[in-house]
Ligand binder design. Sequence first.
Ligand code: SF4
Length: 462
Amino acid sequence: MGKTSITNTLKNLRYHIKTYGCQMNFSDSERLSGLLESYGYKNTEDIKNASLVIFNTCSIKQKAEDKVLGSMKIVAKLKKDNPDLLIGITGCMTRVPSTKNSEDKDKLFKLLKDLDVCFPIKDLTKLPSLLKDIKPELAEFETQEADLNNYFKIQPKYKTSFQAYIPIMTGCDKFCTYCIVPYSRGREVSRPILDIINEAKKLVSEGCIELTLLGQNVNSYGLSWTDQKSGNFSYEENPFVQLLKAVDEIEGLQRLRFTSPHPQDMKHDVVDFIAESKTIMPCLHMPLQSGSDYILKKMNRNYNSQQFKESIEYIRKKIPGCSITTDMIVGFCGETDEYFQESKAFFREMCFDLAFISQYSTRKGTVAGMLKKDDVPKEVKSKRWHEMNDLLRETSFINNKKFKDKTVKVLVEKFSERSQKLHGRSEHFKEVVFKGPQDLIGKIVEVKIDNVLEWLLEGSLV
Ligand code: SF4
């Protein structure tokens, strides 16, 4: 995107972004920052100094949406002190790129009277023209056609210099009955390999050592109907494997991760390549959601527990010691105590390293929200969440114990004021805490594990 000349007035513009939800949203916020800074805006961590506040929203669950609406109302009060403040909203809650002046407005304007601008993230390149619509003094902002290609061309402002997320696709074609993503982000569209490789090479040449490829279903990369029609992909080999091979070859890259794969698409060729790759880390996220076949069917997950188990067995055979993390939902519609016990037993059998456990809540606009009865009482969901979390404590501890007295390679991510120690991640994605100088942040160091806890490993620098 070409820069425009910026007047002195525009140089005083400050933005503040509040990001909710998954890594995709955090990655989108990096592109949003990149775009705003190319127009002269500067970031401010203090929301009170901002002239533009943008909420990058998550609507995967009704609760997440309520949280966003709640905090947006609080920020709207800032407008009373500063009537020039602009408030914007993007992400999964938005549908129609519009401003408060537009004739055809997003329905969010009805809910939030202080809202100025609203745009789905794929329409990010429309933001300058939307801002101009509200503030004509921003007339120097260049207008760009909004499409996904232009979106991906925006140079993101990465949060750290040594780690970066690269979106490789957007949207989802799976239609799990509890999930809003196929409606909020739309159908699956993948980025051409060359675009991704160029972004990855640039990052690595600037000193980035760990890349995470992002998408709702990374391992169906290039396979959607839209992708097949686009002519951007070749199919003599699984496109995701082609992509992994190309990134793995980048000189200087030390760690490669990806999230999230879908269990249905975790084919042997993907696992085979991971096993022989130089940079892909031995930790795979395999979202199970439920260990009960009855519930998996109701969720439209397209696999059963036996198929899931076979995938995990293949991964563990080809990549010995590989960590497996997962997502679980408790209290989905129709989950009796018997189905929940089945789910727990399967979770125990899979012995997951880590899990993101959530309590089901009805989400308007989803198939489950429309057709299924949210029939598990709140207190039962909460009890099941605690039971599943206790089980995770056990399985996580079992896996962590394997690292006692071993030396692991850790990418140092931060210094914690609270613990007065460095924190980082091992190759197996274990959080490792140890004493050391802060100039190790961004480097990979060897740490001997002296003590093993349920959620983390404590060690000392070798
Ligand atoms: S795979 Fe299912 S849960 Fe994941 S984004 Fe797609 S519809 Fe949602």
